[in-house]
Design a protein around this ligand. Structure first.
Ligand code: HAM
Length: 429
């Protein structure tokens, strides 16, 4: 039987990984300039860590967890997201003792057992950031600025971030009651899931993709407009949200308050934000995040505020590929071609050149013609041909595959000739 990658997963082949690495290195540069440091946590954790933080009634925990028992019966889960793990590590290693505020970033695969569709995978990649240790609204502004600057580093333009405040657990409780009362007359017309959530967690209805629910949320059934979270915030919550909005405007970051934005995980407090893209169908969220001031306490630590986001790299890459916006870096590589009498020189020369350049050559003693074809296919910029007569005279032929030019170069001047060829020409980026 021939195997296939499991449903909802896929392989990134070399041509894909080259593009992904470009995006990853762009992200790394932005994080460095924002003074964020990378953290790597395990891909599986105690199941309880996610159940306690994401929320028992969230889709992630209720339906999408890759939960398993290991051979000793430990109750574990593949991580569906990174925030809980980062906070667990922050506590476990007492990072607070090394300074109050920590700026952290991460990149890696996450796992959610959802129904695969365009832009939704069971193993997907997130790049994310967490800023732990401060409740200052300026931290929220920095986080959203970082979020936007990452997309801009990948070439996205004209971004509008959606923001909302989800308040505190108390204000959320108040809002849930108002929303429940408002939706009550439409109860029977809600989808099954939402009807149930009217009892357990009415805020989740705002997130529903069911067209019946969307229609009801548009509000035509009622002569009252849908209640807004912002209207039930306490004074302090309202004030800090306004400060965040002023900060965003001050940085020239386009944003729009979205009263329906609630996020799918339970740990959020105050600021929540998302970015959506057209053309991705139902799975349009390119990334999102928010504040989680109660999370570390819920994990048994001291009350410690935090805010962060993650971006779905699969979706970002899909969009960039669809738009044809991925710059393919020109390879600065060399193909070494040889004739019968010089073939034995190739491995030594390749090894020396590989100290500096990317070098490829034929391993199977094929004809010069076959080697030149392979050079073309390899995408190499230059061919160094070890001709028999030239070799006798201490020279080689350097051929530039992009221009077709070729020159004979003395071996002792080879490095200078290569450097000259690889020098960026004027006007190139
Ligand atoms: P999230 O909104 O659940 O937030 O996920 C963030 C992003 O991950 C989504 O906007 C989407 O782009 C991507 N994503 C989620 N599920 C899938 C999937 N099945 N396939 C492909 N992409 C997917 C979080 O995970 C929070 N940890 C964000 C955060 C960090 N909040 C505070 N700090």
């Amino acid at each position: 039987m021939r195997h296939q990658a499991p449903r909802g997963t896929r392989d990134l082949l070399p041509a894909d990984t080259e593009r992904w690495q470009w995006a990853e290195s762009r992200a790394r540069d932005v994080f460095e300039r924002y003074s964020y440091r990378e953290i790597r946590t395990p891909m599986f954790e105690d199941y309880e860590l996610f159940a306690r933080t994401s929320g028992e009634s969230s889709d992630v925990v209720e339906k999408e967890m890759y939960r398993f028992h290991d051979l000793k019966g430990r109750d574990l889960a593949l991580r569906p997201e990174g925030t809980a793990s980062v906070c667990r590590a922050y506590l476990e290693h007492n990072l607070a003792s090394e300074g109050r505020v920590h700026r952290l970033w991460y990149l890696g695969p996450m796992f959610r057992y959802g129904r695969p569709q365009k832009g939704r995978f069971r193993q997907f990649w997130q790049v994310g950031a967490e800023l732990i240790g401060t409740a200052a609204p300026t931290a929220d502004v920095e986080m959203i600025a970082l979020f936007v600057d990452l997309y801009e580093a990948w070439g996205f333009e004209n971004l509008v971030v959606q923001v909302n405040s989800v308040g505190t657990p108390e204000t959320r409780q108040r809002y849930a009651e108002r929303l429940r009362a408002w939706l009550e007359p439409a109860r029977e017309r809600l989808g099954n899931d939402s009807r149930q959530r009217l009892e357990t967690n009415p805020l989740r209805i705002l997130d529903s993709k069911d067209p019946r629910d969307r229609e009801i949320l548009a509000g035509e059934f009622s002569d009252q407009p849908m209640p807004h979270m912002l209207d039930v915030l306490d004074d302090a919550g309202r004030k800090r949200f306004d400060e965040v909005l002023v900060g965003l405007t001050g940085l020239g970051i386009d944003h729009r308050v979205d009263h329906g934005l609630v996020r799918g995980l339970d740990y959020y407090t105050h600021t929540a934000f998302e970015l959506h893209a057209e053309g991705l169908g139902a799975q349009s969220a390119l990334g999102g995040g928010g504040r989680y001031d109660g999370l570390i306490e819920a994990l048994g630590g001291p009350a410690t505020p935090g805010i962060g986001f993650s971006i779905g790299l699969d979706r970002v890459m899909m969009l960039l590929e669809e738009r044809g916006e991925l710059p393919l870096e020109k390879q600065q590589s060399i193909y070494l071609a040889a004739m019968e009498g010089t073939r034995s020189q190739v491995p030594t020369m390749a090894r020396a050149l590989r100290l500096v350049y990317a070098v490829d050559y034929d391993l199977e003693g094929r004809s010069l013609n076959a080697q030149m074809k392979a050079a073309d296919r390899s995408g190499a910029r230059l061919v160094i041909l070890l001709g028999e007569d030239e070799w006798e005279q201490g020279t080689v032929v350097v051929k530039d595959l992009s221009s077709g030019e070729q020159e004979t170069v003395e071996l002792e001047h080879l490095v200078e000739a290569l450097d000259r060829r690889f020098e960026p020409s004027e006007g190139s980026p």
